[in-house]
Design a protein around this ligand. Structure first.
Ligand code: PLP
Length: 496
């Protein structure tokens, strides 16, 4: 090792010396002493690494200085204390963003969660009879009243619901599915894999683009136990295509005494213009599907859940299957789902109160006004901080996301920020580090902040984070130009 580096390493302060330093006092007030010591050791290790990695000798004084090491330790302490799962601002223009938690909950649904989670409750207690009850009863009646289904069952998510439909209805028999519907949903959920897992045998029929009822008919044997339709929710085959309708499948199933299951994926319960390509849940039930399944946190706008609706017979077979216990939903999910479904009793209230529906129903005039508001907030922040970045409002194309409505282009608006050549990459990185991170879109040298999935109360917070990130990105990597905002204070009514 270079003798100069050795000398620089010897100049690093010791932990005891650092602990005695005035600059460390605020940290010792806030965090347990062992955590501070651990952070100092880690910060010293970082400094050692920098000295050994061949950084210029001019920087060594700075690297080994007490303020640098204390600042690094402070950063570590803060990041250890901060929750890992936390709020972000969705300026991506993707409403049901699976990476960002899909649907946000309506205030009424949140209230239900808080009451039920905060207190003991009747999760499995029948208040009328004073005996043990079933957690499945809380939302079943509401679901059947809203959809006309005979019976309902809720499990942990729709992947689980699909698995349960296959295991519970098909057993070890043959399940006939169109080749055009052997989809992959979100990385690791593939229909053929889930079939294998459930123990049934997959019988593929038709071709990628065309499957007719006669293809199903030709595949039926005495081992056939289920006809399955899967809504190809996250892609579209266009051009020369043909799919068999659920009504035709039901007719064939009745002829042969084989049940029909329909994995709808997204599950639309209201009629929005944006939903015109989405098969309505009620249409499948009316057509006579024995069981349909869909997600709670896609177009329904509720919590993560898998909702199963169908005949008394099919649903009671599923309830008795051991997988139902393994896939059972938590009380917080049930509370959020009940709170969400209650809103659907008045469809206009559902669209008004459920954020996912409200965002998907926003008009271009509304998004233009929101974008203008964001632009004004941003320009005020930039001016206050002495920052400059040309910004303007532009029409933008937003998406439903969450594997729903893949072709749907939602007319929205975005604030376009041009931070200067080459800065946008570090700006985007800094936005992820802000105390309330912002997820936008990067297009060439510009940052696009789409307003479609932002609450109007969130706009000042977006402006705050973007201004902080812009200041930071201009003097990367070590400066800290603006105090981080307090999300609670700056968020205004967003959490109310
Ligand atoms: C999204 C989707 C699933 C998986 O639902 P999760 O709620 O994410 O588990 C299954 N099938 C289809 C057709 C889907 O669109």
């Amino acid at each position: 090792m270079d003798e100069h580096v050795r000398q620089a390493l010897r100049r690093l302060p010791g932990v005891d010396e650092l602990l005695a330093h005035d600059e460390l006092a605020p940290h010792l007030d806030r965090y347990p002493r062992e955590h501070v010591v651990e952070a100092l050791r880690a910060a010293l290790e970082t400094a050692r690494g920098r000295l050994l990695s061949g950084e210029y000798p001019e920087t060594w004084g700075e690297i080994t200085s007490v303020p640098t090491i204390v600042r690094e330790a402070g950063r570590l302490l803060e990041s250890w204390a901060r929750p890992h799962l936390r709020r972000v601002l969705n300026a991506s223009g993707v409403v049901i963003h699976t990476n960002l938690g899909r649907s946000t909950l309506a205030p009424a649904a949140l209230e239900r969660v808080v009451e039920v989670a905060r207190h003991y409750n009747n999760l499995e207690y029948d208040l009328e009879a004073g005996v043990r009850g079933s957690r499945h009863d809380h939302v079943a009646e509401l679901l059947t009243r809203l959809t006309g289904a005979e019976a309902a069952l809720v499990v942990n998510n729709n992947a689980g619901a699909t698995l349960l439909m296959l295991a519970g209805l098909a057993g070890e028999g043959e399940v006939v599915v169109s080749r055009g519907q052997l989809v992959e949903i979100g990385g690791s959920f593939r229909i053929p894999d889930i079939m294998r897992m459930s123990g049934c045998r997959l019988v593929e029929v038709g071709t990628t683009n065309k499957t007719r009822i006669d293809d199903y008919r030709a595949a039926l044997t005495t081992d056939t136990t289920l006809l399955l339709r899967v809504h190809t929710s996250n892609f579209k085959v266009v051009g020369f295509t043909e799919e068999t309708s659920i009504a035709e499948l039901v007719e064939l199933g009745r002829e042969w005494g084989v049940p029909v299951a329909d994995d709808l994926g997204s599950g639309a319960l209201v009629d929005l213009p944006a939903f015109r390509d989405e098969p309505p849940v009620t249409a499948s039930l009316r057509a006579g599907a024995d069981v349909v399944s869909f997600s709670g946190d896609k177009l329904l706008g509720g919590p993560q859940a898998g909702i199963l609706l169908g005949t008394h017979d099919a649903i009671s077979r599923l309830k008795k299957h051991p997988l139902t216990r393994a896939l059972r939903v938590d009380k917080m999910t049930l509370a959020a789902l009940e709170g969400t479904l209650q809103l659907y009793r008045d469809p206009a209230a559902a669209v008004r109160e459920i954020p996912t529906l409200r965002f998907l129903d926003r008009s271009p005039a509304e998004t233009e006004a929101l974008a203008a508001e964001l632009l004004a907030a941003l320009e005020a922040r930039f001016a206050a901080a002495g920052l400059e970045a040309p910004s303007h409002v532009e029409p933008s194309t937003a998406r439903a996301g969450g594997g729903s409505l893949p072709l749907l282009e939602l007319a929205s608006h975005a604030v376009v920020v041009r931070p200067g050549p080459g800065v946008v990459v570090s700006l985007e990185a800094a936005l992820r580090e802000a105390s309330v991170p912002v997820v936008g879109r990067v297009a060439q040298d510009a940052l696009l902040l789409d307003v479609l999935a932002l609450e109007s109360e969130e706009l000042p917070l977006v402006a705050e984070s973007v201004a902080w990130a812009l200041a930071r990105s201009r003097c990367m990597p070590d400066c800290d130009p603006a105090p981080e905002v307090d999300a609670g204070a700056a968020g205004g009514g967003a959490d109310a």
